[in-house]
Design a binder for this molecule. Structure first.
Ligand code: IMP
Ligand code: MG
Length: 174
C-alpha cells in the first residue's frame, strides 16, 4: 500500500525560499566564480534549482558519501563512494546538501575538503534539523528551512530510496 505523506513545505514555499537563498549567495559572492559541490543523491534537486538562480560563473561537481559504521549508529566516519572529478585548490567552494541532521557527514566532509586547499569553503543546505545536531562545530552558512525532528522526504530526500522526486517536502505518516 502507498505511504501517506503529509505536506510540510509546499512546492511554492520551497521554490520561493530557494530564490531568496540564491539572492543571498549572489550578494555574498558577486561575480566571483563559484564551484558548487553537490552531495549525492539527496542534494541534486536543490543544487539544480539553486544553480539556476545564481548569476556568477558557476561550475559544478558531485560527491557521493555514506555513513560508515557498525549497526545503526553512525560512527562519524564517512566513506566516499564517488569522489570529485576536479581538484578544488584555489576555488571558492559551496557545498550543497539536502539536510544537516547530526552533522556527522558534513563535519567529516568539510575536514577532507579543507585539506585540498580551496580558497574558501561554505555550506548551504535545504533543510536543517538543529535539535539533532551532534557535531556542534558544523557551521551552516545558508539554510533554507529549519525543521523539527521529523523524518522528511521529497525534493531529493528519500525514504528507502523512494519519494526523491516529490516537488514538495513531506513527512511519511506511519
Ligand atoms: P548527518 O550526518 O546525520 O547530518 O546525516 C545527514 C544525512 O542523513 C542526509 O544527507 C540525509 O541523507 C540523511 N537524512 C537525515 N535526516 C533525514 C530525513 O529526515 N529524511 C531523509 N534523509 C535524512
Ligand atoms: Mg544526504
Amino acid at each position: 500500500m502507498a505511504d501517506r505523506i503529509k505536506v510540510l513545505l509546499t512546492e511554492e514555499e520551497v521554490d520561493k525560499r530557494i530564490c531568496e537563498i540564491a539572492d543571498e549567495v549572489n550578494k555574498d559572492y558577486g561575480m566571483k566564480p563559484l564551484h558548487l559541490i553537490c552531495i549525492l543523491k539527496g542534494g541534486v534537486f536543490f543544487t539544480c534549482e539553486l544553480a539556476k538562480h545564481l548569476k556568477m560563473p558557476v561550475t559544478m561537481d558531485f560527491m557521493a558519501v555514506s555513513s560508515y559504521g557498525a549497526g545503526t549508529v553512525s560512527s562519524g566516519v564517512v566513506r566516499i563512494i564517488k569522489d570529485l572529478d576536479e581538484p578544488i585548490d584555489g576555488k571558492d567552494v559551496l557545498i550543497v546538501e539536502d539536510i544537516i541532521d547530526t552533522g556527522r557527514t558534513l563535519a567529516y566532509l568539510i575536514e577532507v575538503l579543507k585539506g585540498r586547499h580551496p580558497k574558501s569553503i561554505h555550506l548551504c543546505t535545504l533543510l536543517n534539523k538543529p535539535e539533532r545536531r551532534v557535531k556542534k562545530q558544523v557551521h551552516v552558512d545558508y539554510t533554507c528551512f529549519e525543521i523539527p525532528d521529523q523524518f522528511v522526504v521529497g525534493f531529493g530526500l528519500d525514504y528507502d530510496q523512494k519519494y526523491r522526486n516529490l516537488p514538495y517536502i513531506g513527512v511519511v505518516e506511519v
